[in-house]
Design a protein around this ligand. Structure first.
Ligand code: ATP
Length: 126
């Protein structure tokens, strides 16, 4: 039982080490985290609904997850193919494409949710 908990504890430790490595090495990851903080502040400011929180948290989680997987793929590609290779480039482009799609979807969801709030805010104050 003790070994079981020790193993689970180590799994969390390694996962957090991965997240930390991604934040340290990837400027895009830092941008995603900053955007997520901005989204949370906006959500609190406008007191968005539970369903809207779910959509926002899901979108942010998807973008950050995609960026971490992208970093993992880049790292593996750099390890196995540090020299130029068309397939290596394709793998990196595909992983970057996945992040872009997730980020576009998150931006669209954020706009759909926050635009009406911003509009009524603007109507009240301007
Ligand atoms: N070994 C390689 N062989 C062929 N093309 C490569 C290789 N490494 C990188 N590329 C090409 O250069 C692009 C940029 O690769 P790079 O490793 O610089 O990632 P990046 O875009 O800087 O990622 P990030 O900014 O997230 O760190 C890739 O998407 C790919 O098209």
């Amino acid at each position: 039982m003790r070994t079981y908990f020790k193993k689970r504890y180590n799994s969390f430790k390694f996962a957090f080490r991965g997240i930390n490595a991604s934040i340290r090495s990837e400027p895009h990851m830092r941008l995603h985290i900053l955007s997520a903080i901005g989204v949370v502040l906006l959500g609190l400011t406008f007191d968005v609904t539970k369903v809207e929180w779910c959509l926002l948290v899901g979108s942010m989680g998807l973008v950050i997850t995609a960026e971490i997987i992208n970093t993992a793929i880049e790292t593996i590609v750099n390890l196995v193919s540090p020299e130029f290779n068309q397939m290596a480039g394709r793998a990196k482009d595909l992983a970057a494409g996945a992040v872009l799609i997730a980020a576009i979807a998150a931006a669209v969801i954020g706009t759909i949710i926050f635009f009406p709030y911003l509009l009524s805010f603007a109507k009240i104050y301007f």
